[in-house]
Design a binder for this molecule. Structure first.
Ligand code: FES
Length: 108
């Protein structure tokens, strides 16, 4: 595993307040979602852990949670745990860091 610099994304520092946006990037043929929210960067596999639907258009209307629109499962962006059901599904979060120039890196 190593750090991958993500090119072509808006600078993370351009996002503030309640704005959030999810982007898809490819790392080693894997589709990764990158979410910029309140100047924080989150990264997770695009496939929903419940039934594999894309999380690209998931809803992020809570401070630290996303909702998959396929069946409305909710996942914490802090630890990946499903917060809406007790079946043990877990979002696979990836480690991220933002450099001083705003560049985003993902550990994969
Ligand atoms: S596939 Fe995401 S909630 Fe079912």
């Amino acid at each position: 595993m190593r750090w991958y610099r993500i090119n072509g994304m808006p600078n993370a520092s351009d996002f503030s307040g309640n704005q959030s946006q999810i982007f898809r990037v490819k790392i080693q043929e894997e589709s990764i979602c990158v979410l910029l929210k309140n100047q924080k960067v989150y990264a997770f596999r695009e496939e929903c852990p419940h039934a594999g639907k894309s999380l690209l258009h998931s809803r992020c209307d809570h401070e630290s949670e996303i909702t998959c629109l396929a069946h409305n499962f909710k996942f914490s962006l802090e630890d990946g745990k499903c917060t809406s059901h007790n079946e043990g599904y877990r979002l696979q979060l990836l480690q991220t860091k933002t450099e001083s120039n705003g560049d985003v890196l993902i550990y994969y």
